[in-house]
Design a protein around this ligand. Structure first.
Ligand code: GLN
Length: 288
């Protein structure tokens, strides 16, 4: 299993997921504490974040993410600490990889995968036959890349002009909620509504896409482990399906991670076979 982590809230740096916490992803790359499959995560790493100055994605009026990934161990990249200290955003995602036997070790097999405004990471494994008709255009033969392609394909289907009666994306924005710091990143849900181009509320679409791909893959491969973590700049969605997942609420946002980044209080384990969804309105966990 690989390890992944994300933040949604007031702007933070990627170093706050990777280097600063005692058990951040750097430490988890060589000494994870809850990993059930594999012992180290040395087959690559990646991170993604959103810079509002880069302009909106034409589909849903949020900036496209910036991504940095390598197929070397995280500890071997001497440039990473400096980059992670300045890569700052209200929505961050990072991952370290332990390649499943038989999967290629290459940059294109390394999370986060991205398309449009979306970033996605996978902890686990799945028989690619379970995704055969869904994963056209996957960038690597890696099972995780196939899962990402299937989710992006499902999300693309939602990214079409809204009927007049479609719910407004502004229904996702709320003032004074736990993750309200997302608006400080310039990627607030209300910004999406102002463009008039949004079809489906972003949070709902992301959660539904993960749920659909996970349940359909699991129906075809009952041994699959399908912990997905995805974001779109204003929403985080994650599944717990065969591996650990935790979240930790903060006054200005929420952390979501395969395992706690520190021994501080407040980490809550997400039950297996659940979907977690975090937006500016707060966080909810529901059974899959
Ligand atoms: N199966 C994926 C890969 O090979 C994820 C591996 C993992 O979670 N350890 O990269």
């Amino acid at each position: 299993m690989c390890r992944h982590a994300a933040w949604l809230g007031a702007p933070r740096t990627l170093a706050e997921l990777i280097h600063e916490p005692e058990h951040g992803l750097l430490r988890q790359s060589y000494a994870p504490r809850r990993q059930r499959h594999g012992t180290v995560n040395a087959d690559g790493f990646g991170m993604g974040w959103y810079d509002p100055d880069l302009g909106p994605d034409p589909c849903l009026a949020a900036p496209e993410p910036i991504r940095y990934r390598r197929s070397i161990p995280m500890w071997a990249d001497a440039n990473l600490p400096g980059l992670a200290r300045v890569a700052r955003s209200g929505c961050l995602l990072a991952a370290v990889r332990c390649a499943t036997v038989g999967m290629p070790v290459e940059e294109s097999a390394t999370a986060p995968f991205t398309e449009g405004r979306w970033l996605l990471s996978h902890n686990g494994r799945v028989d690619r036959d379970a995704l055969r008709d869904l994963a056209e255009g996957a960038e690597s033969a890696c099972d995780s890349a196939w899962l990402a392609a299937a989710v992006f394909r499902r999300l693309r289907a939602d990214c079409s002009p809204a009927p007049a009666s479609a719910p407004s994306a502004s229904s996702l924005s709320a003032s004074g909620t736990s993750a309200s710091g997302t608006s400080a990143s310039g990627t607030s849900a209300s910004g999406a509504s102002a463009s008039g181009t949004s079809a489906v509320p972003a949070g709902a679409a992301l959660g539904e896409a993960l749920a659909e791909v996970v349940t359909s893959a699991a129906a075809k491969d009952p041994d699959a482990r399908l912990n997905l973590l995805a974001c779109d700049g204003v929403t985080l969605a994650a599944t717990a399906w065969g591996d650990t997942l935790f979240h930790r609420p903060h006054p200005d946002g929420v952390l979501v991670a395969s395992e706690p980044l520190c021994d501080g209080p407040g980490w809550q384990e997400v039950p297996d076979r659940s979907l977690l969804l975090a937006t500016a309105d707060g966080l909810r966990v529901q059974p899959l």
